[in-house]
Design a protein around this ligand. Sequence first.
Ligand SMILES: [Zn+2]
Length: 401
Amino acid sequence: MMSPFHISAIALISLILRLILTVHSYNSPLDELSKIRRRISHRTSTPEDSTLHVQPGSSFKVALFADLHFGEDAWTEWGPRQDVNSIKVMSTVLDEEQPDFVVYLGDVVTANNIPIQNSSLYWDQAISPTRDRGIPWASVFGNHDDMPFEWPMEWFSSTGIPPLHCPVNASCPGESEGGKGCSFKGTTRLELMMNELKMNNLSYSKFGPKDLWPSVSNYVLKLSSTDDPESVVAYMYFLDSGGGSYPEVISNAQAEWFNRTSQEINPNSRVPEIIFWHIPNQAYKTVAPRFYAHRNCIGSMFVEKVSAQEAETGMMKLLEGRSSVKAVFVGHNHGLDWCCPYKNMWLCYARHSGYGGYGNWPRGARILEITQQPFSLKSWIRMEDGYVHSEVLLSSSTRKE
Ligand SMILES: [Zn+2]
């Protein structure tokens, strides 16, 4: 027979064993992330998987959806109505233009307005018109995508006790426990990206190199001809211009990464390069100060001041040094839609596509058309009502600063 001492010793040992097992079986969010990364590594590790294809003799069309701002004021009738309107804008543009690819150019959601556990619910709604049509896409982050939730002052009642207004049954697709009820911690860039990739086969988005985090979505896609995958038509670079959970900046480390990558894949600047990020950089200020644009600018809205990144840390110098760089595309300023020549390239705004976000200017999307042999990059803006304007040849050799 065992003494009470023996029994408690056995109980103690089994408790320790259980604790060890519990610690071992605990999955931190980072463990989960690395598991998902392994599962999706076929899309992130080999260059082939970052390749888009264009038929010989035909062009490759890209639609830019900028500043959709899904998920605003979900506790009112107004908010969800705006999202429905934004879906209509995207559907119209996609049906009329039939693009081969879509770029979500940041501020896909207004995270500072989303009080649920996982704002991927709204992110998913925003990409649904593209996915439903079987069109592949890529996304970059804007400053609103992972902003912390801001309590609306009107939530505070006269008694001083804030009544909660969270969307009910707001569950994230793919999550059984869902995101029901309120949560105010926000959804990180890594979580948003993880969910986009986990739930979609058509997404070409990437986490980007780990050493650049918290700046996520830094990656490059290659556009090749179907008849000769070795002949590259263009490289498309995507960079996270920050904002939200950290400063609005393209860091030295990102510039270094761009430098290394471009030297490696396009050492002689032989292949044309196109750049996408969300927040304009300082150079945008020099080409179109408020209410005035250099005469070579092409666009329909010049009504705002350029809201540039907080600092310039070398990215622009690198782009200026590469004759292969044709154009940079940004969103962020909803009241600007121009393209202006700058040194060897064009600096372009997209067009505010969403009913969310500030400003009531009519919505639309910038379209890019890439042709090969010889290479050309043409762009125009397609409005929600079908009107097309501001056509510009961005590969034109006549451009001057
Ligand atoms: Zn915006």
